[in-house]
Design a protein around this ligand. Structure first.
Ligand SMILES: Cc1cc2nc3c(=O)[nH]c(=O)nc-3n(C[C@H](O)[C@H](O)[C@H](O)COP(=O)(O)OP(=O)(O)OC[C@H]3O[C@@H](n4cnc5c(N)ncnc54)[C@H](O)[C@@H]3O)c2cc1C
Length: 433
């Protein structure tokens, strides 16, 4: 059955790569001595590099694959505050002041990225389109309304309630029991955004080299700087930055124990013509209240549905994940039963045990990671802050630097605990709880 869902020109690569192909050119020559060596050329790494290169530091960014190969050219392009724990949970664990500051960082990241894209003239289809958050059950709708009403005014996200009777204005589907529209949230084309960042980083003097894997990091004798062994030779660096997020490995065992990979999956439909825009008439981003998330949107040209979800933990075959996503999509939009899939792809997001990103320095090595599936704004914002910290600038500080970055006993890189917890969340979703 499922093979019938693929279009004749089906691709196992991100839809975004059609318009913004990865840089396949020969990797740039790399010098043996730099001021700053950044490992990972996604949004985090490039935003660090933009700061340090402009601040006068000789900066090299390396990536095991092509720059942007990771999540930064694979994501859904949805921009939200991305701080998962709610205010009350944070206040209970860390006190009210930290809870306020943490949520303010999420809000700042959302408004910052809009200003940044404008200031850098990045041509990436950025739009403050708002997000429709659909309630999966009547109970979820009541919860959403209560959550909105109990937002702390200082860190509230502008939003309004959409009752089920008016839902058709937002989405041509009977699937939800109402929802809310969160107005400041935005969208962009992730591939074009990465391409623009890469061009800016290079123009600012940073060298960005693909096909260059960091193999080991050692402090230099005397404790000043590091020797980094790479697949293309030894590099001596004053500062080293780990920007590997969901692809963090044994290269940095301390970080690997604190950030775990979870597969995230997407499909794009074939060109649906005007039918696509009729499904999401205001061109908003969409997510829903299930714990195992689905998220979707129109393509920037308004002619396709780009649909994502966590339909597996680690499956890497896009032909296996595609039918599962197609089933989710057609449960919401039965109109798309015969729509073919033109692209299917996946990537590994970096999750943390605190459900929050972390940035800072451990044993002299800088890092920013763990955006828990919401990293478009956060990785760019915290990457920028990390770059500022390396330059010794006060504006690089963040409350998230001071939060404990914890691991769990027996976790060394294989997230054995995920099957049970995701199974439990899936059960709760099916029960509508
Ligand atoms: C399918 C999908 C959908 C998503 N949707 C959204 C969304 O809609 N909104 C949102 O906010 N977020 C979303 N995200 C998350 C978001 O894309 C990420 O949080 C963000 O891109 C992280 O950027 P990064 O630069 O930290 O990491 P990445 O872009 O993943 O880059 C890490 C890089 O490190 C490199 N690397 C790893 N180890 C080494 C090494 N030893 N040597 C050299 N290089 C190395 C990798 O090759 C990789 O390119 C999604 C993610 C996925 C996978």
């Amino acid at each position: 059955m499922s093979h019938g869902i693929f279009s004749p020109n089906f691709k196992e690569t991100p839809y975004w790569w059609d318009a913004s192909p990865l840089d396949e050119s020969e990797p740039a020559p790399i010098g043996p001595v730099v001021d700053v060596l950044v490992v990972g050329a996604g949004y985090t790494g490039l935003c660090v590099a933009l700061q340090t290169a402009r601040g006068g530091k000789n900066t090299l960014v390396i990536d095991r694959h092509q720059p942007g190969w990771g999540c930064s050219s694979r994501n859904g392009g949805q921009i939200s505050t991305g701080i998962k724990p709610d205010f009350h949970a944070l206040a209970r664990d860390h006190g009210e002041a930290v809870a306020f500051e943490t949520h303010k960082e999420g809000l700042r990241a959302v408004s910052w990225i809009g200003d940044f894209i404008k200031a850098e003239s990045l041509d990436c289809a950025y739009r403050v389109c708002g997000r429709f958050y659909g309630a999966h059950t009547p109970k979820h709708f009541e919860k959403l309304k209560n959550k909105m009403a109990s937002q702390q005014p200082e860190v509230a996200v502008d939003a309004y309630v959409v009752p089920r009777a008016e839902q058709h204005k937002e989405i041509d589907s009977e699937f939800y029991h109402g929802g809310v529209v969160q107005t400041p949230f935005a969208s962009l084309d992730p591939g074009a955004y990465h391409k623009g960042l890469l061009a800016r980083a290079r123009a600012s003097g940073a060298v960005v080299a693909g096909q260059t894997e960091a193999l080991s990091i050692e402090r230099r004798r005397g404790g000043v700087g590091f020797n980094v062994r790479t697949s293309r030779g030894l590099i001596q660096a004053q500062d080293v930055v780990i920007a590997t997020n969901g692809y963090t490995s044994r290269l940095t065992p301390w970080q690997q124990r604190r950030v775990f990979p979870i597969g995230s999956y997407m499909i794009a439909t074939e060109d649906l013509g005007d039918q696509a825009r009729a499904l999401i008439p205001h061109d908003r981003m969409v997510v829903d209240s299930r714990r195992i998330v689905v998220y979707y949107r129109l393509s920037p040209d308004g002619r396709r549905i780009i649909f994502g979800g966590r339909v597996s933990l680690a499956e890497t075959n896009p032909r296996i994940s595609a039918p599962r996503l197609h089933r989710h999509m057609t449960a919401i939009f039965p109109q798309l039963e015969t729509a073919k899939i033109s692209h299917s792809w996946m990537g590994f997001v970096g999750w943390t045990f605190q459900h929050m990103p972390h940035l800072g320095r451990h044993e002299g090595v800088w890092y920013s990671m763990g955006y828990c599936g919401s990293g478009v704004a956060l990785s760019s914002y915290f990457g920028t802050k990390l770059g500022q910290q390396i330059l010794g600038l006060d504006q690089g500080k963040s409350v998230l630097c001071d939060l404990p970055f914890r691991t769990k006993p027996l976790y060394y890189g294989k997230p054995w605990f995920l099957t049970a917890s995701v199974g439990w969340y899936g059960f709760l979703d099916r029960m509508g709880i």
